[in-house]
Design a protein around this ligand. Sequence first.
Ligand code: CP
Length: 316
Amino acid sequence: MATWTRKHLLDLESLSAEEICYILDTAQSFKEVSTRSVKKVPALRGRVVVNLFMEDSTRTRTSFTLAAQRLSADVLEFTASGSSVSKGETLRDTARNIEAMGVDIVIIRHGAAGTPLYLTRCINSCVVNAGDGSHEHPTQGLSDIFTIRETKKNLKGLKVAIVGDIAHSRVARSNLWGLKKLGAEVIMVGPTTLVPKAFAQLGARICHNLDEVLPEVDVINMLRIQKERITSNVFPSVQEYTRLFGLTSQRLAKAKPDVLVMHPGPINRGVELTSEVADGLNSAILRQVSNGLAIRMAVLYLCSQAAAGATVPALV
Ligand code: CP
């Protein structure tokens, strides 16, 4: 692929394998910036980026803030609490008012699926999806895929188990689209109530027994139980869930010695996985966070250049 042409990043479903690799390769170049004594480049000097977060976040928001700062952009932070959203202002009006201050890129996190796409119809700025309901979380998916590629070198033929609350997970959907496009096999693992059969039609293998798949997989991505999105009793108790699907050292011993253990965070320690596993030698959890910064620098840079009509040659 010669150039990047999209001014928005809404999902991984609509990206081609070439576009995904283009972002990963650009992120690889930006990763080097974080090793310098002066961790800053002028790529977005004079541009304004707003973090419009209508749902809580630790990793994604701080990572986008730091990414924008490392590219020399000015950054505005917006959270629903303490804003005029509480007085009834609509999202459209909020976004249009912020844009009127001269914003170039809007990074949006929202509890409703489709909000980033809706925003592209309300404002002219670039829109980057930082997680929309249970739909997608493209920069988390890219961070995960980058981390797998960095460790395993080639995605083609790899077996990746995504374990847990698949039904409510935007991370699972972004991982599935991206990993499938790059040639990996994706196995969705969890109780029947949390792994919809529809995922088989999207190209995933479905399994309800973690112990059965552990010996064959190269990567295990453990997902958080999303209590805030679960509306009915999907398993008898947390203890029961952990007994069947929690990753413990005993379970990990059944996997390949070099299996990569991942989790997008935030972790419920002792539920999805034990502290011993989360902090153990196979864990790439903090590396996912470090790589997320390079991915977000790449996404902000590429979208902003595309919006300016500039040809964006690969940095590599
Ligand atoms: N992985 C992730 O989206 O974490 P935050 O909710 O803390 O941003």
